[in-house]
Design a protein around this ligand. Structure first.
Ligand SMILES: [Fe+2]
Ligand SMILES: [Fe+2]
Length: 329
């Protein structure tokens, strides 16, 4: 029998108990969903089906006119083969950066799980997530291999710095899950936008994106619930540090995920003025970066990570926008 709490401070309020039970129920539901609905790339994707083969000149790889680069006169004046190759290069680079990010993420999740106590519901869920990310890594790399394009992923120096990410859980698990959202949210945002753009997509690209979106919904949900559960209970000093670090991490991550690939610029000799017009001096590109972390920004505001001081950091990182609607679940 559990003894009664010895002081008022040690006693959990009914509301806290209810919140904790609701949080545990969410984790158990996510774990069950991972068993009921998951995909395996070498079982569920017909890679060698003639419809799924990758032809670099396939017009379905071309960027649409509504795309920032796709609508530029320089791009429109390229040959159809070059337009398709540029579009495919960009998809392959996004997948390569995605699998590199997920590699760091898996190592971080395992570092987090290593220290979890017996009976922790997070342990099982985090293992499900790590396994799913393992499948995503294989799926993305297989796609990249089939393009036969020499895409590189993260620029070298950034890749070196990124190696600290798996160790973040040892300093702060809350900061680690902000990092997780910093990578997952922009990828998810871009993939959902592509699927909704009304164009005919290559079936391989479409299948990969659909599988990824479905499984990422659970990962994003877990990270959000984890932060909602933990951050309000953090000591004020640690919460302030998290509030300072979060917009810096999110601003950097969104740019890594959405930046134009340097090797692509060199390979296709995209003129500097085009790169500048499309990516650097383009208000739509800046808006895209802000939008891609919109849900995470709302969450940070909701859980008390944004105040007058930290808002300035969000603004300085170019990712602030005033909340327009109540935060979503
Ligand atoms: Fe993933
Ligand atoms: Fe994920």
């Amino acid at each position: 029998m559990t003894s009664a709490p010895s002081s008022t401070a040690a006693r959990e309020s009914d509301e806290q108990v209810a919140n904790r039970s609701a949080y545990q129920a969410v984790i158990e539901r996510l774990s069950k969903a991972s068993v009921d609905k998951h995909w395996e790339p070498y079982r569920d994707i017909p890679w060698d089906d003639p419809e799924f083969l990758v032809d670099r000149a396939d017009p379905r790889w071309e960027l649409p006119e509504v795309d920032k680069l796709g609508g530029h006169p320089w791009y429109r004046s390229r040959s159809p083969e070059t337009r398709a190759a540029i579009g495919l290069w960009r998809i392959a680079t996004a997948m390569k950066i995605g699998l590199q990010f997920e590699n760091l993420l898996k190592r971080g999740l395992l570092n987090y799980a290593y220290r979890l106590p017996n009976g922790s519901p997070e342990f099982r869920y985090v293992y499900h997530e790590t396994i799913e990310e393992g499948h995503h890594g294989m799926m993305f790399q297989e796609f990249v291999n089939r393009t036969k394009l020499p895409v590189r992923g993260m620029p070298g120096p950034l890749s070196v710095i990124a190696q600290v990410a798996p160790w973040i859980p040892l300093i702060s698990t809350e900061l680690f899950f902000v990092f997780v959202l910093g990578g997952e949210d922009p990828i998810d945002h871009v993939q959902r936008k592509v699927l909704k753009d009304g164009r005919v997509h290559h079936p391989l690209e479409e299948t990969i994106m659909r599988i990824h979106i479905a499984e990422e919904a659970r990962h994003i949900s877990f990270a959000r619930h984890y932060l909602r559960n933990r951050v309000p209970r953090m000591a004020a000093g640690r919460r302030l540090m998290l509030g300072i670090a979060s917009p810096i991490i999110l601003g950097v991550m969104a740019r890594i995920m959405l930046a134009p690939p340097g090797p692509m610029i060199r390979r296709f000799r995209i003129p500097a003025h085009v790169v500048s017009e499309v990516y650097l001096r383009n208000p739509a590109a800046k808006q895209e970066i802000r939008d891609s972390i919109g849900k995470t920004r709302e969450l940070c505001a909701e859980i008390g990570l944004v105040n007058a001081f930290t808002r300035r950091i969000w603004q300085a990182m170019g990712i602030w926008a005033a909340p327009r609607e109540p935060a979503r679940a």
